[in-house]
Design a binder for this molecule. Structure first.
Ligand code: HEM
Length: 747
């Protein structure tokens, strides 16, 4: 085995290279042709500010050999300010300096007040045509293809916070339909904390960092959050989802999405139905374990963002099916006793199955994060003919909120003209002027009625292709009361708890115990325990035990639905696209075998990463180069879904081992184990996170030293390729679930 200094071209492409062209070592001295955009990236579509195809894509792309000012003049020097003498003061006339620094000073815009941290992607939605009976929206017609932009986000953290925090995830989709933009602005939980938008500032203030010290960041494990949710029991359903594994997804690609509210669909005949939207991921719903999440946030705070971009770059396009649950539009807008206007309630899928209506693929990364992901502006009121809102009081408040906040965030009312926000349908409004106006408005009469512009623009009147506000009868006294049907805060959290498998229940108990254990105030813990007892006595008792507090006596609420198996994410086999296999090698590993393992992994649409004592490029006997992607210094278990250990590097194989605190394990030395402690840690962490492990050759020794040999989901053998295939099969179930818990049967 030999290690070359320079990275050769590797046929198996590992995603994540910053540029399409590897740079030279020396600073270039002559202009060359600009590097072409990466093939996996795509800017917002080339439509004009008024929604017409513009063909300006190329022109918008800023690149070229020569540096210019913002006004297009070539710049002679950008490294020195214009001064009176080499050591003299800077001159006010240096416009290039002023322009450069002024623009830099204003590079940041206010971050979103919630959902500040996110990642986006472009894609396509293809409709099956199966919604035609209930919805007349043209983009849902059979075979219709609609460009989309999706932004996933966390809710609580600031823009620079870590990805894998315990939190709800936003799942917002902008459909650029021929009838205007439709935004489905949902979350990865089907319910929300509050029933009325007027409480939104309260719940967000409670979840955000404490206002005095601005800690903690991006998490619910603190007093103000638990103070609020324990006093405001309608939040308990959302809270139990947040304490479940759903709040720490393995990947954005492995999350469900929900429109949360009930929407009203209208068909060609003008008939209406009440529906709930669901996104179902092709890869299944999967999570990390909490210990893993905490390690990830240190080792790779961009874990979800990277995973999404890498998968798209590698061609493993994330995919969801869009489905609807359809309920009759009855006078009381309830179904089987569930008030469909209450956003803290689900309709179990076993009662009303989710009917697939189309499929979405995400196929391109944004060409520029700020232009697209930061400036995109979603709005639940962006609707198309055939889709209307309901009287859900949470949804109603959202309809005011988003426009308002976007004026602050994007600075002026013309943000629909930012490329990523432009409709792909002709825009002909009577909105005029304003800061950053870029549409060229013709005509002299932006008012109605007029005769000077021939009466244009005309309204569509009764034309069915126009937006219609469904003529709902509304009656009742003005009141600040909620309906009695909103009073049940416990039966559905109980349904959720009872629907989890034993291992998922264990995780939820641990999450409650962790979060409440991080609270300062005993009274808040005790209050929340009392609330838990109303959901389920066993849950409350187990959390109380974990906190060292007496178990409260509860009055469990009856649930009309015993369990809903669709709420559990354990069970089943799922595709493994984009999963990461770590392959550990040492000086004696047969590199021809390693190459075969890499190819088998690549063919399974997974990413193989080779881990060796030090970096460089390894060469098999036939000269095939095998780049080392991780070393004992840079590898951490959390970035691998499974590990294949084909060697047992000794600490001495890395000359820098003495500088790495993780390599200093006194137990390893005293036990006489010469296997590098970092490799032991790698395997131990992967083991306790329930990951599939396999070993061959010297690698078997590592399993033995770490005590993982013979456990569930741990395998060994002679043929590394066969082992890799076994690992891939194991990965289809996501985790070696039997390694967790105490073997209690599902309740
Ligand atoms: C079912 C309940 C809700 C869901 C599913 C939801 C979902 C979302 C999502 C996905 C985003 C991020 C959009 C993006 O990626 O840019 C977002 C942003 C936001 N949401 Fe909500 N939200 C809900 C309730 C509310 C309520 C009740 C309010 C206010 C009354 C609200 C106010 C906001 C604001 C101000 C933003 C930032 C928007 C921006 O700056 O562009 N949300 N919400």
């Amino acid at each position: 085995m030999s290690a070359d200094e320079q990275s050769p071209h590797d046929e198996i492409t590992i995603p994540g290279a910053p540029s399409r062209v590897s740079p030279s070592r020396e600073e270039p001295t002559h202009p060359v042709d600009p590097v072409p955009p990466a093939p996996d990236e795509q800017p917002a579509a080339a439509v004009s500010p008024t929604g017409r195809p513009s063909g300006e894509e190329e022109d918008r792309h800023q690149s070229g050999a020569w540096l210019t000012t913002a006004q297009g003049a070539r710049v002679r020097d950008t490294d020195h300010s214009l001064k009176a003498g080499e050591r003299g003061p800077v001159l006010l006339q240096d416009h290039h300096l002023r322009e450069k620094v002024m623009h830099f000073d204003h590079e940041r815009i206010p971050e979103r007040v919630v959902h500040a941290r996110g990642a986006g992607a472009h894609g396509t939605f293809t409709a099956y045509g199966t919604a035609a009976g209930v919805c007349r929206a043209a983009f849902l017609g059979e075979g219709e293809q609609t460009p989309v932009f999706v932004r996933f986000s966390t809710v609580v953290g600031s823009r620079g916070s870590a990805d894998v925090v315990r939190d709800t995830r936003g799942f917002a989709t902008k459909f650029y339909t021929g009838e205007g933009v439709f935004d489905l602005v949902g979350n990865n939980f089907p319910v929300f904390f509050i029933q009325d938008a007027i409480k939104f500032p309260d719940v967000v203030h409670a979840a955000k960092p404490h206002p005095d010290r601005e800690i903690p960041q991006a998490q619910s494990a603190h007093d103000t959050f638990w103070d609020f949710v324990s006093l405001h029991t309608e939040a308990q359903h959302h809270t139990i989802w947040q304490m479940s594994d759903r709040a720490i997804p393995r990947s954005f690609r492995m999350m469900e999405g929900f429109g949360v509210h009930t929407f009203r669909l209208v068909n060609e005949a003008g008939e209406t139905s009440l529906v709930k939207f669901h996104w179902k991921p092709r890869l299944g719903v999967h999570s990390v374990v909490w210990d893993e999440a905490q390690l990830i946030n240190g080792a790779d705070p961009d874990f979800h963002r990277r995973d999404l971009a890498d998968a798209i770059e590698a061609g493993a396009y994330p995919e969801w099916e869009l489905g609807i649950q359809v309920m009759p539009d009855s006078e009381d807008q309830t179904f089987e006793g569930i008030d469909l206007l209450d956003p803290t309630k689900i309709v179990p899928e076993e009662i009303v199955p989710v009917q697939p209506i189309g499929r979405m693929h995400l196929e391109a990364n944004p060409a520029n994060y700020f232009d697209e992901t930061e400036q995109v502006a979603f709005h639940p009121g962006h609707l198309v003919p055939g889709i209307d809102v309901t009287d859900d009081p949470l949804l109603q408040g959202r309809l005011f909120s988003y426009l308002d906040t976007q004026i602050s965030r994007l600075g002026a009312p013309n943000f629909p003209q930012i490329p990523v926000n432009r409709p792909h349908a002709p825009v002909n409004d009577m909105l005029r002027d304003g800061m950053h106006q870029s549409a060229d408005h013709a005509g002299v009469a932006p008012y109605r009625p007029n005769s000077l512009d021939g009466g244009c623009p005309f309204t569509a009147g009764g034309d069915v292709s126009a937006l219609i506000d469904v003529p709902q009868a509304v009656a009742g006294p003005k009141t600040r009361e909620a309906a009695a049907s909103f009073d049940d805060h416990f039966s559905q959290p109980r349904l959720f708890w009872r629907s989890l498998s034993a291992v998922e229940q264990d995780h939820a108990v641990a999450a409650y115990t962790f979060e409440l254990g991080r609270c300062y105030e005993q009274a808040i813990r005790e209050r929340q325990l009392e609330v838990l007892a109303r959901i389920d006595t066993t849950l409350a008792t187990r959390v109380a035990e974990g906190l060292g507090l007496p178990a409260p006596v509860g009055e469990e609420v009856e649930t009309p639905f015993d369990t809903s198996p669709a709420l559990s994410q354990v069970g089943g086999h799922w595709p493994v696209d984009g999963r990461v296999l770590g392959i550990v090698v040492d000086e004696e590993t047969d590199l021809a075998q390693v190459e075969r393992v890499r190819r088998a992994t690549d063919e399974a649409d997974m990413v193989p990463l080779v881990i060796a004592p030090t970096g460089g490029v390894l060469r098999s006997d036939d000269g095939t180069p095998i780049p080392v992607q991780r070393t004992l210094l840079t590898a951490r278990s959390v970035e691998f879904d499974a590990l294949l250990v084909l060697g047992a590097p000794r600490g001495s194989a890395d000359p820098l081992a003495g500088t790495d605190a993780r390599a200093m394990d006194p137990t390893a030395a005293s036990s006489g184990a010469a296997v590098d402690p970092r490799l032991q840690l790698l395997v131990q962490e992967a083991f306790r996170h329930g990951k599939a492990l396999a070993a061959s050759g010297h690698g078997v020794e590592v399993l033995e030293v770490t005590g993982s040999a013979g456990a569930v989901g741990v395998t060994r053998g002679e043929d590394p390729v066969a082992l890799a295939r076994e690992l891939i099969d194991l990965l289809e179930t996501h985790r070696a679930w039997a390694r967790f818990g105490d073997g209690r049967p599902d309740e």
